[in-house]
Design a protein around this ligand. Structure first.
Ligand SMILES: O=C(O)CCC(=O)C(=O)O
Length: 263
């Protein structure tokens, strides 16, 4: 099972999983509603002052929001991730809720996730799970094979600001939008129950939400494989984990209370 998906994940750094999470959508919707009503300390509104076409996000709440906690521990996700990553173990990094309201023109800029994170591992995987139908024109997109480019591009927040990583020299991402024909860009029309699995090094971005009917709600669950370590990026990371600054150094094992093994 999952042999073809595993092959594609390894080759392209991204694979679409059709219908795997149908029974889990109601639970995840409850989690997003709870999150919206009780935002966490890292809640972000990327369209401040806007009521229509809002884009908001939050993360690192899975241990306090029962629905997300239940999904992490009881759903088939961790075992699917283990097979796709071909790892001996799977540990939880964090979840990330990303909601674009109807008609949102807010674009998610092209980026890859590894340079934001204060962690690294041989195997990495985010499972991006949409809770609404998404047409191809509003779909998150990926550059096939970019996980094998051997690059770490400079991290840029969704508000456009670049991260300062001190002495570490980081290359700027190329201009993908004006040269789309030079890349193998993948994206899919999606239904609730589908998911997209991608490597932390795979470049991705998303247009606004052109739908006038549906919000574009998604929860991205992020996982780590064997030999996951803490990494000091020389400056701000996302998520930040201020409790580890000055306590952990690059190469240290990750604390198991924050990043438990789940498979
Ligand atoms: O949902 C989006 O617009 C972007 C998602 C993303 O960048 C991620 O899950 O890493």
């Amino acid at each position: 099972m999952l042999e073809e998906e595993q092959r594609i994940f390894e080759q392209d750094g991204v694979v679409v999983l059709r219908g795997f999470f149908k029974e889990w959508i109601n639970l995840l919707e409850a989690g997003v509603n709870t999150n919206e009503q009780n935002p966490g300390q890292w809640f972000r509104d990327y369209t401040p002052g806007q009521t229509q076409g809002r884009f908001w996000a939050d993360y690192c709440n899975w241990q306090r929001i029962d629905a997300f906690n239940h999904f992490v521990k009881e759903s088939p996700a961790a075992e699917i991730v283990k097979t796709l990553m071909q790892s001996q173990s799977v540990r939880m990094f964090h979840e990330h809720v990303l909601v674009k309201g109807t008609g949102s023109s807010k674009v998610t800029p092209w980026h890859h996730d590894a340079p934001y994170y204060p962690v690294d591992a041989k195997q990495t995987l985010s499972l991006w799970i949409p809770l609404d139908p998404i047409a191809r024109e509003s779909a998150i997109e990926f550059i096939a094979g970019s996980h094998k480019w051997g690059k770490h591009f400079k991290a840029q927040g969704f508000n456009g600001e670049y991260y300062d990583h001190g002495e570490i020299s980081e290359e700027m991402l190329p201009d993908i939008d004006n040269n789309r024909e030079n890349y193998n860009i993948l994206g899919w029309e999606l239904q609730p129950g589908d998911a997209i699995a991608f490597n932390y090094l795979t470049i991705h971005g998303a247009p606004g939400n052109a739908s006038t009917k549906h919000s574009r709600r998604a929860v991205s669950f992020r996982w780590l494989g064997d030999d996951a370590i803490y990494v000091n990026r020389g400056g701000k990371t996302s998520p930040q984990y201020p409790q580890y600054i000055g306590k952990l150094t690059t190469g240290d094992a990750l604390p198991e209370d924050e990043f438990p093994f789940v498979a």
